[in-house]
Write a protein that binds this ligand. Structure first.
Ligand code: ZN
Length: 244
């Protein structure tokens, strides 16, 4: 498979940010997979479009997680948020063999996308043998905040078009909304209050003009309009040779 695949980590974004991203995707008819951190009206609205939007879980295994204090508690919390989830990416990419064992024992999660291999060609599904069942792993190719760390960030899709293999992109609604090209404005904005509590008026001064994660996202969506877009569950189904 050589497809581009769109994934988004919610990371406790404000509802108006999630809604803005969902509206762009709905208008374009583009499929995406959202990794969910919390419950909110905007998250529930995503559920109204299962033909386009898959919801997976985004467990936070970092210390002081709001989702629980053990791996088991955090997984149970996330599965209560998205009972039909079959995909996951861990927040901050925290991963371990212990976590994978708990995932296959406690949850119906089939595939993990917590491995970032930036701009690596020829990426494909790999199966991690575990008991009582294997866990599929889909390495991913690009992430918006990681791009800001490059000395010369590139906010266009052009150089990725000819790369072979699965190219799974990871955007965050907050960085799309802020059109982030540098994390400093985002970090300043976080001083005002919790992300989920901010208003569009409070956020407006921190929106970047020019090229950034938002302009890249728009170009990505325009590109996906021209081809068959895929949710993660479609990639899994293709791998397993079944209909999603
Ligand atoms: Zn995250």
């Amino acid at each position: 498979m050589d497809n581009f695949v769109l994934t988004l980590d919610l990371d406790w974004a404000a509802d108006f940010m999630i809604d803005a991203v969902a509206q762009m995707l709905l208008a374009a008819g583009v499929k995406a997979t959202f990794f969910v951190t919390h419950d909110s009206p905007a998250v529930r609205r995503l559920r109204e479009h299962p033909d386009l939007f898959e919801l997976g879980i985004h467990p936070n295994f970092l210390p002081n997680s709001s989702q629980g204090s053990t791996v088991a508690e955090i997984l149970d919390f996330c599965m209560a948020l998205v009972p039909d989830a079959t995909s996951m990416r861990s927040h901050a990419l925290v991963q371990s063999a212990h976590i994978w064992w708990e995932v296959v024992k406690r949850t119906p999660i089939q595939v993990d996308l917590s491995l970032l291999l930036p701009e690596m060609p020829h990426l494909q599904m790999i199966e991690l043998p575990l008991l009582p069942r294997p866990l599929l792993r889909l390495p991913y190719y690009w992430e918006d905040d990681v791009e800001t760390y490059r000395p010369h960030s590139v906010w266009t899709l052009d150089k990725h078009i000819t790369v072979s293999g699965l190219k799974i992109f990871d955007f965050h609604p907050v960085f799309i909304y802020l059109n982030t090209a540098d994390l400093a404005p985002y970090n300043d904005m976080k001083q005002i209050g919790h992300l989920a509590d901010l208003t569009p008026e409070q956020v407006a001064p921190f929106i970047h003009t020019g090229e950034g994660a938002g302009s890249m996202f728009r170009q990505f969506v325009e590109h996906l309009k021209t081809q068959e877009s895929l949710r993660v569950r479609d990639v899994v189904a293709a791998y397993q040779g079944i209909e999603a």
